[in-house]
Design a protein around this ligand. Sequence first.
Ligand SMILES: Nc1ncnc2c1ncn2[C@@H]1O[C@H](COP(=O)(O)OP(=O)(O)O)[C@@H](O)[C@H]1O
Ligand SMILES: [Mg+2]
Length: 226
Amino acid sequence: MSNGPGRRKRKQGAQPTRGRFITVEGGDGVGKSTQTRLLAEALAGTGIDLLTTREPGGAPGAEEIRKLLVDGAVGRWDALTEALLHFAARRDHLVRTVWPALEAGRWVVADRFADSTLAYQGYGQGLEGATVETLYRLTVGDFAPDLTLILDLPAEVGRSRAADRSAGKHRYERMDLSFHRRLREGFLDIARREPLRCVVIDASGTEAETHTLICAALRERLGVEL
Ligand SMILES: Nc1ncnc2c1ncn2[C@@H]1O[C@H](COP(=O)(O)OP(=O)(O)O)[C@@H](O)[C@H]1O
Ligand SMILES: [Mg+2]
């Protein structure tokens, strides 16, 4: 089973250097999609060849699985079934979209990745963290993002931003406030446990202010001049 593109071990000139994989995480309405777009524009402006994508989804099969996850009744899946669907979609997304792009030397910016499964199905819906970890090892292997931006905002603010955005709410947006509070704590916990991979970004300011914080994190962590 293939688990991820090779690291930089190739002979010079043989193939392009593997691109970087950046994930944008956080609860609903924190500004992930907005900031993914702004970051992509900034990176493209420096001449970096990049792809933006999202989870659940990001490949044709994964987008079909997405519909099962975002439509329908809040309680339609138990937490383990839901996590399995997320990891099935994630593996399809990696195999079809992310790994080939990285292998070709492109950078990939993903609007959500595996931390969302640990936050939503683990901290939010009560699935054991070790179970999520096992599924990760099975489907993703030892591949991981080079940098994860965790956008942080009080759950109430995120929900009110998300409510202003759209009238029809998807499944996760219909889950209650205490669920969304657990998500926030979950994401902060993940960042505390993996400080080398994760940076917490205060997402309470304007779009431009948050973008400035993200650019600073990329300079510091990945050495990109933005
Ligand atoms: N910094 C910000 N301040 C106020 N509103 C924002 C900010 N960033 C994004 N928004 C708005 O809040 C809503 C949710 O943002 P979005 O990027 O879709 O969040 P997410 O993808 O995390 O759910 C959108 O209507 C967006 O235009
Ligand atoms: Mg979004």
